[in-house]
Design a protein around this ligand. Structure first.
Ligand SMILES: [Zn+2]
Length: 470
């Protein structure tokens, strides 16, 4: 059984503190994983490497609290938190002293704290970047080694990777608005080094959890390099080639995976890797096609427009200074309400008008972007029913595990209630995810993994005849 895992999950988690959602993070996935490892698997030492563009202020705050309690009680879990990030970006973007100080802490054992923050440097060439990697970024492993070296046995240690891809060279300029980037190969190299660290200190166990990363190209290339790093840390025996995520290959991938509505089937001979990718891709999407419209239809009726045609609700602000917001209107216009093409019937026009009102609401909310001063505000407001409604019904999900649970005949009531509670939380999460995705990923066609999961959970509950509880 593999000891390396990559958890592709949205939304990200590392800004979320113990009890305060932050920066569009609602659950601190890595912290929950570490706590679970401690309570259920006797992992007393957790090492967390965070390579998202942004400082994981939530994870660091949780780390501080846990280490403090353990230090005082001389019992409990100990965590090393190491982050490589851009000091100019969120949560430091407003220049607040506490945020900047937190994102710059370097402490190795005093007060029981093990925290290392390294700031990304601008670079002009790949050579310069890799010199910085050797002299600066890779120090994170030395600091982490000092944490576990004399203290723990392999079976007590677990390595986590908060793996964001928003520092990618291919991330949108709106996200990397301070110019801090890393070459894609960084995700391969860092992952390899993290796996080597895990081989040395945690019996090879490493769990990587996705954090940020918002442009298609950044996600595709970064995740590809990262996964290659997960399999390529055994002396290069897998012959990973950095050309796999070359710019030319990425362009090819994008060209052949984009929506092909109305066009004849492709007859061109494709490179084997590309053909295989196209064959495999639908299995991951959980959806029958990539032509779904992004914006979820609302279950509740849209609020009636005012006389001026503007939707009711909170007043409009100025447009968000992010690419996400500016492309929302253009993308959705072309995909859902283009005025060109065949003449539409009355119901179609009514549907388009309703869709337009919904988009207006969403655009208004997209102005509260994460990674800005208003991120917290957006979390609260994104739950309004006018913003997002029920998820798009997707095709068959690939969740065989839940299906087997569903067939269990006698399920204890407390477990069923726990599932009902899970549904309730996920419904909330769906709304927040939808707002998040519309804000950042207007171009994304199949972002509904969590929604598919919720749909499956609903089916499980129905099979237990407890739909009323949801
Ligand atoms: Zn981020």
């Amino acid at each position: 059984m593999s000891k390396r895992a990559f958890v592709v999950i949205r939304p990200p988690g590392h800004h979320c503190g113990e009890d305060n959602p932050n920066g569009f993070c609602f659950v601190n996935d890595v912290a929950v994983g570490a706590a679970h490892a401690y309570t259920e698997h006797n992992i007393r030492y957790a090492v967390i490497f965070d390579i998202d563009l942004h400082h994981g202020n939530g994870t660091q705050a949780i780390t501080w609290e846990i280490n403090h309690d353990t230090h005082m009680d001389q019992a409990g879990m100990r965590i090393f938190y190491g982050s490589i990030h851009d000091i100019l970006s969120y949560p430091c973007e407003e220049g607040k002293a506490d945020a900047i100080k937190d994102a710059s802490i370097s402490i190795g054992g005093q007060y029981g704290q093990w925290i290392e923050n390294i700031h990304l440097r601008p670079y002009q060439s790949d050579e310069q970047f890799w010199l910085d990697y050797e002299s600066l970024y890779s120090k994170i492993f030395e600091k982490a080694a000092a944490f576990v070296e004399n203290a723990a046995k392999g079976e007590e240690v677990m390595v986590f990777l908060s793996c964001g891809f928003d520092a990618s060279e291919y991330e949108s300029d709106a996200m990397s608005r301070h110019g801090s980037k890393v070459p894609t190969t960084f995700y391969h190299r860092f992952t390899r080094d993290a796996c080597k660290f895990a081989d040395r200190f945690s019996n090879g166990r490493i769990v990587s959890v996705m954090e940020g990363g918002y442009s298609d190209r950044a996600l595709t290339s970064g995740a590809m390099a990262h996964v290659c790093g997960l399999v390529d840390s055994d002396g290069g025996k897998f012959n990973v080639d950095p050309d796999w995520w070359s710019f030319e290959n990425l362009l090819m991938l994008e060209k052949y995976t984009q929506k092909r509505k109305g066009r004849p089937a492709r007859t061109t001979f494709l490179a084997p890797w590309l053909q295989r990718t196209l064959d495999i891709l639908p299995l991951f999407s959980g959806a029958p096609s990539t032509s779904q419209v992004l914006i979820p239809p609302s279950r509740k009726r849209d609020p009636p427009p005012t006389k001026t045609g503007r939707p009711r609700g909170r007043p409009r602000k100025h447009p968000l200074p992010l690419a996400g917001s500016s492309s929302i209107s253009s993308t959705t216009t072309t995909t859902t309400t283009s005025s060109k093409g065949p003449k539409r019937t009355l119901p179609e026009r009514q549907a388009a008008a309703s869709s337009k009102r919904r988009r207006l609401d969403i655009t208004a909310h997209a102005q509260d972007a994460p990674d800005s001063a208003t991120g917290q505000q957006a979390i609260g407001q994104s739950t309004q029913p006018s913003v997002v409604g029920e998820p798009i019904e997707q095709g068959e999900a690939q969740t065989a595990g839940l299906e087997s649970v569903a067939s269990t005949s006698s399920v204890p009531r407390d477990l069923r209630l726990a599932f009902a509670e899970e549904i309730r939380k996920l419904k909330k999460l769906e709304e927040n995810i939808a707002a998040f995705q519309v804000a950042y990923r207007p171009d994304l066609q199949n972002p509904h993994i969590n929604w598919v999961r919720t749909q499956r959970l609903k089916e499980v509950l129905q099979s237990w005849e407890m739909d009323g509880l949801t």
